[in-house]
Ligand binder design. Structure first.
Ligand SMILES: *[C@@H]1O[C@H](CO)[C@@H](O)[C@H](O)[C@H]1NC(C)=O
Ligand SMILES: *[C@@H]1O[C@H](CO)[C@@H](O)[C@H](O)[C@H]1NC(C)=O
Ligand SMILES: *[C@@H]1O[C@H](CO)[C@@H](O)[C@H](O)[C@H]1NC(C)=O
Ligand SMILES: *[C@@H]1O[C@H](CO)[C@@H](O)[C@H](O)[C@H]1NC(C)=O
Ligand SMILES: *[C@@H]1O[C@H](CO)[C@@H](O)[C@H](O)[C@H]1NC(C)=O
Ligand SMILES: *[C@@H]1O[C@H](CO)[C@@H](O)[C@H](O)[C@H]1NC(C)=O
Ligand SMILES: *[C@@H]1O[C@H](CO)[C@@H](O)[C@H](O)[C@H]1NC(C)=O
Ligand SMILES: *[C@@H]1O[C@H](CO)[C@@H](O)[C@H](O)[C@H]1NC(C)=O
Ligand SMILES: *[C@@H]1O[C@H](CO)[C@@H](O)[C@H](O)[C@H]1NC(C)=O
Ligand SMILES: *[C@@H]1O[C@H](CO)[C@@H](O)[C@H](O)[C@H]1NC(C)=O
Ligand SMILES: *[C@@H]1O[C@H](CO)[C@@H](O)[C@H](O)[C@H]1NC(C)=O
Length: 696
C-alpha cells in the first residue's frame, strides 16, 4: 500500500515536472533587444528632463500599436491596460500628442520606437523649444524686455511640428529607439503570437533598464557630488562641456598685444542635440554653417601673403571661433566672453612661458560675423542678414558699421548669384553665439547670416531627422561654395578696404569633401588625411554625433568630432614643417602660439606630415561651474546624469498557477534531495566500499 502511494506521488510529480518543462521551452523565448539608442536624463538649475527607469528596470506587458486609432483606444479610460505595460510603435506615431496621452497613463512603464533605416522622416519634427535658448543670450527680461523670450517672433514654430518641446519634458519612463529590422520583426512576432487579442497569460513582456543616478536638478546633484567626492569617486552628474576651437588668421604675440577694435570674429557652432544618445546629426542646424566656416578659413589662409602686403590691413586680424555647447543655452560662447573679461582668453598669461598669444578682450573685436544655418532651398539662393536692433538704435557708430558690413556682403553675394537681404529692422537676432558677446558689449557691430527670415526653414532643427537625407547635397555644395566665396570676399575687404579680384582655388571640391565627412562617411578622404597615420584604419563609417557631451578630462581631450574639426582646421590653415618627424612634431611648453600635429597627409608614400598651425582649444564649460553657482540664471546650468548600463529584453510572463506550481515543485525537490543526501550519507559505508585503496 505504502509503495502504491509513493509510486503515484512520483507519477504525479513527474507529470507536473514534465508539464513545467514543456512550458520551460517557451520560456526560452527570452531575448535581448537593441538598447543602445536611448533617451537619457539631463538637468538644469530647476528641472530634470528626459528619461529614466527604476533601479531594477521597468517591466510591462508588450503592446504593439500600428495605427493612430489604437493609440486612442489604449489611452481611453476603458481601453487602458489594467496591468503595467510597455508600448511599442513606429516612429510615425511618436509625437507630442500621443506621448502626452501615454504619459498620463498610470500603468505605462516604457516606450519602444521602431525606426527602420528605410523610414522616411516625418513632415516637421523638431524637439527643441519654439524659442531655442529662450532665457539666455541678449534678449532677456533683465536686459531687453521688449524682445525677451521671442516676444516678437518665435523662431522654431513651424506649423504641424509634432515634436515641439519633446526634448524638454520629463517623460518618467525609458524610451528606446530600435533600428534593427530583425528585432522589430521579433517584437511584432511575439506580440502577435502571445498578446494580440488574448486576455490571459502567458503574455510577452518587456524589461527596460536605463538607470539614471542624478535626480531633481543640477544644484541637487552637484551638491551631492561635492559631498560624496571626499569619500569615493561616485558622481551622479557632470556639467555639459567640451572644447571650443579658436584660430587667429595671423599669429598674435603677448609682447605686442592687439589694438582696440581690430579683430574680426567669424563664428559658427559645432554642436547639435537630440533626445537620444548617439544621435545628433545636426546636418542643416549645424554642419552647413560649420563647413562654410572651414572653407572660409582655408580661403583666407591662402590669401595671407596678399593681405600682408596691404598697408590698410597692417593692424587687423581675423579670429575664427567654432563654438561648442551652444544648443544648451550658449555654453561655449558665454564661457569665451567670461574668459575674455577675466583676461584669460585664449590662454592664461604666465611670465614663465616665453611665447604666448596676445590676450583678447571684448573691446578688441571690430566685427562679428556668424554663420548660422545655411541651406537655402531655391535658385537664386536667398540669404537673410540678421542684425541686432538694440545696439543699432543705441549708437550711430554701430549702426553705420553694421550698414557698411551688410552692404559689402550684399555685393559680394551678388557675384555668386546669391540674393542677400536684410531682415525687418525690428526683428531681434535668432539664437546665435553673437548674443553672448552683445550681452556684455553692445557696441560690437555684427551680423548673423542665415537661410531664413523671421522663422526657421529647417524642419528638423536639432532632431534625429536632421541628416543628409533631407538635404540636396550636390546643390548644397554649390551654394556653400558661393557663400564661402562671398564671406571670404567680405573679410578681405574689411581687412584691406579693397575688393578681392582673385579666383579662389578649388573650394567646391573642399566643400563637397567636408560635407561627405560630416554627413555621410566619417571614413572620408579628408578625415583620413588628418588622422594619425596609425589610426586611419580605425575611422568609422557612420558620421560622428555632434552632441556636446561631458568633459572627457584634461586640457587636450575632446569629443571625436571636436578633435577632427580641430585637426581639419589646422590642416587647412597651417603649414607643413619639413624638419620634424613623428617624435618631435609636438608642442613646446615654452610656445603656446604655434601648435604642431602629426597627420597622415595627402601624399601616398610618406609616413605622415607635421602641420604647424595657430589652432587651439579653449574650454567650453559654462561659467556657472567656474563660479560654482549651480542655480545661475545668467549662465547655462545643464548637466547630464551618470547612467548605469542600459538593456532591454523580451520574456514570457507565466500564469500565476504556473508560478505557484514551479515554486512548490522546487520545494519538494529541495526536501527530497536533502533527505536522500542524508540517508545516503548515513549508509555510505554500505553503499560505497570504504575499504582503503592502499593497504598498509
Ligand atoms: C478600438 O476600440 C473599439 C471599441 O472597443 C473597437 O471596436 C475597435 O476595433 C478598436 N480599434 C482598434 C484599432 O483596436
Ligand atoms: C530648466 O528647463 C526647464 C525645461 O525646459 C525650463 O522650464 C526652465 O526654465 C529651465 N530653468 C532654467 C533656470 O533655465
Ligand atoms: C540585428 O540583430 C541581430 C541579432 O541580434 C544581429 O545578428 C544583427 O547583426 C543586427 N543587425 C544590425 C544591422 O545591427
Ligand atoms: C493584431 O491583430 C489584429 C487582428 O488580427 C491585426 O489586424 C493587427 O495587425 C495585429 N497587430 C499586430 C501588431 O500585428
Ligand atoms: C613674440 O615676441 C617676442 C618678443 O618680441 C619674440 O622674442 C618671440 O619670438 C615672438 N614669438 C613668436 C612666435 O613670434
Ligand atoms: C582700448 O579700450 C579699452 C576699454 O575700452 C580702454 O581702456 C583702453 O584705453 C583702449 N586702448 C586704447 C589704446 O585706446
Ligand atoms: C591658388 O593656387 C595657386 C597655385 O597652387 C597658389 O599659388 C595660390 O596661392 C592659391 N590661391 C589661393 C587664394 O588659395
Ligand atoms: C555660384 O557662383 C557662380 C559664379 O561665381 C555662378 O555661375 C553659379 O550659378 C553660382 N551657383 C549657384 C548655385 O548659385
Ligand atoms: C567610406 O569611405 C571609405 C574611404 O573613402 C570607403 O572605402 C567606403 O566604402 C565608404 N563607405 C561608405 C558607406 O560610403
Ligand atoms: C626632429 O628630429 C629629427 C630626427 O629625428 C631631426 O633631424 C630634426 O632636426 C628634429 N627637429 C627639431 C625641430 O627638433
Ligand atoms: C609609392 O611606392 C611604391 C613602391 O615603393 C611605388 O611603386 C609607387 O610608384 C609610389 N607612389 C608614388 C605616388 O610615389
Amino acid at each position: 500500500m505504502k509503495k502504491l502511494i509513493l509510486y503515484s506521488v512520483f507519477l504525479l510529480l513527474s507529470i507536473r515536472i514534465k508539464g513545467i518543462l514543456s512550458d520551460r521551452t517557451s520560456l526560452k523565448i527570452y531575448e535581448n533587444i537593441q538598447s543602445d539608442i536611448f533617451c537619457f536624463r539631463r538637468l538644469n538649475a530647476t528641472h530634470q528632463i528626459g528619461c529614466a527607469s527604476h533601479s531594477g528596470g521597468n517591466v510591462g506587458v508588450l503592446y504593439v500599436i500600428e495605427v493612430e486609432e489604437e493609440v486612442e483606444n489604449i489611452t481611453s479610460v476603458e481601453g487602458s491596460p489594467p496591468m503595467p505595460f510597455v508600448v511599442a510603435m513606429p516612429i510615425t506615431l511618436f509625437n507630442m500628442n500621443n506621448m502626452r496621452a501615454f504619459k498620463k497613463l498610470e500603468n505605462l512603464r516604457g516606450v519602444l520606437i521602431f525606426k527602420p533605416e528605410t523610414l522616411k522622416p516625418l513632415k516637421n519634427f523638431s524637439p527643441d523649444q519654439s524659442c531655442p535658448n529662450r532665457n539666455y543670450g541678449f534678449y532677456t527680461e533683465k536686459l531687453n524686455v521688449e524682445y525677451a523670450a521671442c516676444k516678437k517672433k518665435e523662431w522654431n514654430k513651424l506649423p504641424g511640428n509634432e515634436a515641439l518641446g519633446m526634448m524638454f519634458e520629463d517623460w518618467g519612463v525609458p524610451i528606446f529607439i530600435i533600428t534593427n529590422k530583425t528585432h522589430i520583426q521579433n517584437i511584432k512576432k511575439y506580440y502577435n503570437h502571445f498578446n494580440n487579442g488574448t486576455e490571459g497569460l502567458p503574455l510577452c513582456s518587456v524589461q527596460m533598464t536605463s538607470v539614471m543616478l542624478a535626480a531633481k536638478d543640477s544644484d541637487t546633484c552637484m551638491r551631492r557630488n561635492k559631498l560624496i567626492s571626499n569619500l569615493n569617486e561616485v558622481k551622479t552628474c557632470d556639467p555639459l562641456s567640451d572644447k571650443n576651437i579658436v584660430n587667429p588668421l595671423f599669429p598674435t604675440n603677448k609682447t605686442e598685444g592687439i589694438s582696440n577694435r581690430s579683430l574680426i570674429v567669424v563664428g559658427a557652432r559645432l554642436d547639435s542635440f537630440s533626445m537620444f544618445d548617439k544621435l545628433a546629426p545636426g546636418a542643416h542646424s549645424t554642419v552647413t554653417g560649420l563647413v562654410t566656416l572651414l572653407t572660409v578659413a582655408k580661403n583666407m589662409a591662402g590669401l595671407r601673403e596678399k593681405i600682408l602686403e596691404k598697408e590698410k590691413a597692417k593692424d587687423k586680424n581675423i579670429l575664427f571661433i567654432i563654438f561648442n555647447g551652444e544648443a544648451f543655452d550658449y555654453i561655449g560662447s558665454s564661457r569665451i566672453v567670461f574668459d575674455m573679461q577675466k583676461n584669460l582668453f585664449p590662454v592664461r598669461i604666465l611670465d614663465g612661458i616665453k611665447d604666448q598669444p596676445a590676450l583678447i578682450n571684448l573691446h578688441h573685436v571690430s566685427h562679428f560675423i556668424e554663420l548660422s544655418q545655411l541651406a537655402p532651398p531655391d535658385v537664386p539662393a536667398s540669404l537673410w542678414l540678421h542684425t541686432d536692433p538694440v545696439s543699432v538704435k543705441q549708437s550711430t557708430e554701430v549702426s553705420d558699421k553694421v550698414k557698411h558690413l551688410v552692404q559689402i556682403f550684399e555685393t559680394e553675394a551678388k557675384k555668386g548669384n546669391i540674393k542677400a537681404s536684410e531682415v525687418p529692422a525690428d526683428l531681434p537676432l535668432p539664437p546665435a553665439s553673437f548674443q553672448s558677446f552683445l550681452r556684455h558689449d553692445n557696441s560690437i557691430p555684427g551680423m548673423v547670416i542665415a537661410d531664413h527670415n523671421d522663422e526657421f526653414i529647417n524642419r528638423y532643427y536639432n532632431s534625429i531627422f536632421d541628416t543628409n537625407e533631407v538635404l540636396d547635397i550636390s546643390f548644397l555644395t554649390q551654394i556653400l561654395t558661393n557663400i564661402s566665396t562671398a564671406v571670404s570676399g567680405t573679410l578681405y575687404q574689411l581687412l584691406t578696404e579693397e575688393e578681392l579680384n582673385e579666383h579662389l582655388n578649388s573650394t567646391e571640391e573642399l566643400v563637397s569633401g567636408l560635407l561627405e565627412c560630416y554627413l555621410q562617411n566619417a571614413s572620408c578622404p579628408l578625415f583620413r588625411q588628418i588622422a594619425d597615420p596609425l589610426m586611419t584604419e580605425r575611422l568609422r563609417v557612420e558620421p560622428y554625433p555632434l552632441y556636446v557631451s561631458v568633459d572627457s578630462g584634461g586640457p587636450t581631450k575632446a569629443n571625436a568630432i571636436t578633435l577632427y574639426t580641430r585637426y581639419l582646421l589646422a590642416y587647412l590653415t597651417g603649414e607643413k614643417v619639413e624638419d620634424r618627424d613623428r617624435k618631435n612634431c609636438t608642442g613646446d611648453v615654452q610656445d603656446q602660439i604655434y601648435h604642431f600635429d602629426w597627420m597622415a597627409g595627402s601624399e601616398v608614400n610618406t609616413t605622415g606630415v607635421c602641420i604647424k598651425s595657430t589652432v587651439m582649444y579653449t574650454v567650453a564649460q559654462s561659467p556657472a561651474y567656474v563660479l560654482n553657482d549651480w542655480k545661475s540664471t545668467e549662465y547655462s546650468t545643464w548637466t547630464e546624469s551618470v547612467w548605469l548600463e542600459t538593456s532591454a529584453r523580451l520574456f514570457l510572463q507565466p500564469k500565476k498557477s504556473q508560478e505557484v506550481i514551479t515554486l512548490v515543485t522546487g520545494f519538494i525537490i529541495f526536501f527530497v534531495s536533502i533527505i536522500s543526501v542524508y540517508f545516503i550519507n548515513e549508509r555510505s559505508s554500505i553503499i560505497f566500499n570504504t575499504k582503503p585503496l592502499v593497504g598498509c
